[in-house]
Design a protein around this ligand. Sequence first.
Ligand SMILES: NC(=O)c1ccc[n+]([C@@H]2O[C@H](COP(=O)([O-])OP(=O)(O)OC[C@H]3O[C@@H](n4cnc5c(N)ncnc54)[C@H](OP(=O)(O)O)[C@@H]3O)[C@@H](O)[C@H]2O)c1
Length: 506
Amino acid sequence: MTLINPLRDPRDRRLPRLPEPCALVLFGVTGDLACNKLIPAIYDLANRGLLPPSFALVGFSRRGWTDGEFTKFVRDAAEKGARTPFREEVWNRLAAGMRCVSGSFNDEAFDRLAQALSDLEHTHGIPGNAAFYLSIPPSAFPAVLKQIQRTGMASNEVSGGWRRVVVEKPFGFDQKSARSLNELVDEVFTPAGVFRIDHYLGKETVQNLSVMRFANPLFEGIWNSRFVDSVQITIAENVGIGSRAAFYDGIGAARDVYQNHLLQLLVSTAMEKPVSFNAEAIRSEKLKVLRAVSLPADLRSYAVRGQYEQGWLAGQRVRGYLEEDGVPSDSKTETYAAVRLGVETRRWAGVPFYLRTGKRLPRKVTEIALLFKPASHLPFDATNTTGLGLNQLVVRVQPDEGVTLKFGSKVPGSAMEVRDVAMDVLFGEAFTEALPEAYERLILDVLLGDATLFPSNDEVIESWRIVDPVEDLWSGSAPCRYRAGRWGPPTADEMLARDGRRWRRP
Ligand SMILES: NC(=O)c1ccc[n+]([C@@H]2O[C@H](COP(=O)([O-])OP(=O)(O)OC[C@H]3O[C@@H](n4cnc5c(N)ncnc54)[C@H](OP(=O)(O)O)[C@@H]3O)[C@@H](O)[C@H]2O)c1
């Protein structure tokens, strides 16, 4: 039952939204994601007073840990990874609600988990509310989901509260497997209880894109094919695959980043204004964009894949992909992907969207750049405008979150020389509040039951419609090579040159 505080006015922004008393069950608690992102985010939420007073973190691991060992592990991860100061009183409150269920994905361990959850009502006053976070390899999803179903843990009726599940990406390997996964998840949980995570949607700057576009009439008039020449969306990493070969090899950049983060950034850039800012209205607009995405007729010329070779980054020699630990020496997995897409709507018809992602590129950066058409006529001497490029509006998703506007300006002096200048807004300087991590926002939203920032089942299926033909085209072929520390293979530059354009240097 939901208890409503009559003194709480939802319009009062001083009062944060607090979830009801609940448990978060974390599968794969010992993994990379849990250690580096989820546990620090949970601690930061607790430190910001955003978790309910009755909150339990239940870890599930195959390692035979006691509650004490689990609690120590969580503390270490929180101390190391939290962005807010570590405070004993916050930690003690959080630690009081920690439990560990040890075992493999068999009946016995899940019976104990079900028992542990029902015990929380008496021990912590948590009336059946629980979210299950599947931070485990996708191959383990079916076994866990079936066990949750068998024990009745997914049922709102049986538990007497709400039951939700968080599914990490990748959502399938192609459209067919995504459909099967979705069917399984929807069979176990009610559709409203399923939260598919794309952590890019939890990033402040991505949310701010909607505010920029829909709160400011300034941008609306130019956000279309009349003024925009092209859009470039970049997700670049300077790191290689590190110790994640087992996960990455055979998956590659397109399935790992293009199918989810890059397409979601395209959608946030291209979508129409929703009638209101709720999950249903937003998802409906996002789906329309995905359905309008077109692939070029000559896909072979506009879908480039690459793999990094040894090279230099920040003065260090780094290994090539094929020399990384755990990668087969004949691997054809791409670590770079670039594609050109269209969006067949009245607003965007004719505007190419160039998307690229890669590892071992010169720097870690995510940005969305709108490049505007040149002025139809310049009244200045041609020799005075050689320093003038296309006007650009760049949303920096990370790092240095903010917006840059590039436009021509007069160079001081007696000549009418025009050169590009940049106007920068840094969100870190404009606001006193430090930007929260995406996972803080998303975990909180799961506990609140707010699906606004989570891709729907239909979006996932539609994304695979866009990615599958590219994967089919690439299947069996070898990726082009690029040196670590360069901006991808030369074929990616040729792809834009064919259209008379070039990649922006972020
Ligand atoms: N790492 C990231 O940055 C990242 C980013 C985005 C999405 N994801 C997704 O998040 C999920 C977790 O990622 P991760 O990197 O943390 O994974 P991981 O380190 O490979 O595995 C997480 C945990 O799952 C358990 N596990 C591993 N293999 C298993 C198996 N075959 N059967 C049952 N349990 C197994 C292990 O816990 P125990 O030994 O304690 O049982 C392990 O510590 C994956 O779906 C991944 O695709 C990860």
